[in-house]
Design a protein around this ligand. Structure first.
Ligand code: NAD
Length: 411
């Protein structure tokens, strides 16, 4: 993943003739923290050593911002790549943040709530000097949720001696979370889908949409797409997927899952693996699960006209070239999933002002920002005759490079 992120930067920097001093500086993160700490299992006698990461790619633009993922195989390279993408994402949207990302090397699905809480509090404690509302502000990502954010906020606040809601975003509403944050990444992705349709001259109503991943992002994207009149024909989670050309009834599926049954066992036209799902007939494909899903091995077999990267890093450089040749429009992750960090920014602003907005206000501002960012990226791609990823990177890198030039080199 790190090679992919640096490869994307190198390709863009070369095309735009970026100052080599700044180019070199942007290839490596400013700060990378690796911690290891003891984690006591519920049986009390087992104490494991767990690794945690927090990488801050760029401190030029303001505090650093980015999610924390709990995943068994998360590593420093992956977190570094994600922190770099966060930098571009914030710059494209125009947020006063640099990119960061964190991870804990653990499988959260096998932990009890008590274990999850202990590991979260210890990880936060280890990184107490790194986090802070004016320093570095975590948010949810793969395997973490509102509850995990609440424990981080509480642990940090216990250390400081008073409540500090602005230290994390994606918190529960009761402790300073923002209305609309939970749905924001999916909503932003669908906003990009609508704008892409407008550009391509197609009506989003009746479009067939396949979504890989039915977590926080995939779920909200499915709901928003359906609201826009699209038909959700394929869905999956880590256990597998389903495809139904007649459309999947999302309410019935949610009830099914709430009853403790697997998404993959929901009655549908056919059951598919995650790999098969990507190649099912559809107009729009939304990867919303994990990285590395579309490569040279399957890019030629995708049937979609439009791909919206709600997940981070789902497409390889080789696949990018194949999709471009096939005329498939790809809205890159650094634009398509920027709705999450945008509403995280709203949450941080609301926390610092102690003034909270209505859901309509949040959604209206988010839609406006996503539409403007999409338009800027599209215009850059048309002017430079490049794909949207290169255009988005160009925009982000240019803004960051200009800020670096203005600030100069210390000492
Ligand atoms: P989540 O943990 O809530 O959901 C992830 C989904 O992917 C689940 O349905 C899970 O079962 C599925 N999944 C996990 N491993 C898989 C595998 N190997 N194959 C297929 N499916 C798998 O996570 P999320 O917050 O929805 O994040 C999804 C993606 O969106 C990630 O790439 C994340 O970095 C990105 N993202 C999330 C946010 C956010 O606000 N949560 C913001 C920007 C980007």
């Amino acid at each position: 993943m790190y090679r992919l992120a640096v490869g994307q930067l190198d390709r863009t920097a070369e095309q735009m003739g970026l100052d080599p001093n700044i180019w070199q500086r942007l290839r490596t993160p400013q700060r990378a923290h690796v911690v290891s700490f003891p984690f006591r299992r519920d049986d009390y006698n087992t104490v494991e050593t767990v690794f945690g990461y927090r990488v801050q790619h760029l401190l030029t633009m303001g505090p650093t911002k980015g999610g924390i993922r709990y995943q068994e195989n998360v590593n420093l390279g992956e977190v570094t790549a994600l922190s770099m993408w966060m930098t571009w994402k914030c710059a494209i949207i125009g947020l006063p943040f640099g990119g960061a990302k964190g991870g804990v090397r653990i499988d959260p699905t096998v932990l009890s709530p008590g274990e999850l809480q202990r590991i979260t509090r210890r990880y936060t404690s280890e990184l107490f000097d790194v986090f802070g509302p004016d320093r570095d502000i975590p948010a949810p990502d793969l395997g973490t949720d509102e509850q995990v954010m609440a424990w981080i906020m509480d642990t940090y606040s216990q250390h400081v001696g008073h409540a500090v809601p602005g230290v994390v975003t994606g918190k529960p509403i009761e402790i300073g979370g923002s209305l609309g944050r939970r749905e924001s990444t999916g909503r932003g992705a669908i906003s990009c889908m609508i704008e892409s349709c407008r550009h391509l001259g197609i009506d989003p109503k009746g479009l067939n949409v396949v979504i890989q991943g039915y977590g926080q992002v995939g779920h909200a994207a499915a709901r928003c797409a359906r609201k826009m009149g699209a038909r959700i024909v394929g869905l999956s989670d880590v256990h597998g997927g389903i495809y139904d050309s007649g459309g999947i009834d999302l309410d019935a599926l949610d009830t099914w899952i709430a009853e403790g049954k697997l998404l993959a066992s929901y009655p549908a036209e056919r059951k598919v693996s995650n790999a098969e799902l990507l190649e099912q007939p559809c107009d729009v494909l939304i990867p919303a699960a994990i990285e590395g899903q579309i490569g040279a091995h399957n890019a030629a077999r995708l049937t979609c006209r439009l791909m919206i990267e709600a997940a981070n890093g789902p497409t390889s450089l080789e696949a990018d070239a194949i999709l471009a040749e096939r005329g498939i429009m790809v809205v890159p992750d650094i634009l398509a999933n920027a709705g999450g960090v945008t509403v995280s920014y709203f949450e941080w602003v609301q926390d610092s002002q102690h003034l909270f907005w209505t859901e309509d206000e949040v959604n209206m501002r988010l839609d406006g920002i996503m539409q403007r960012a999409f338009r800027e990226v599209l215009d850059t791609s048309i002017a430079g005759r490049t794909d949207l990823r290169t255009a988005a990177l160009k925009l982000g890198v240019t803004r960051v490079a200009e800020a670096k030039r203005r600030r100069g080199v210390f000492p």
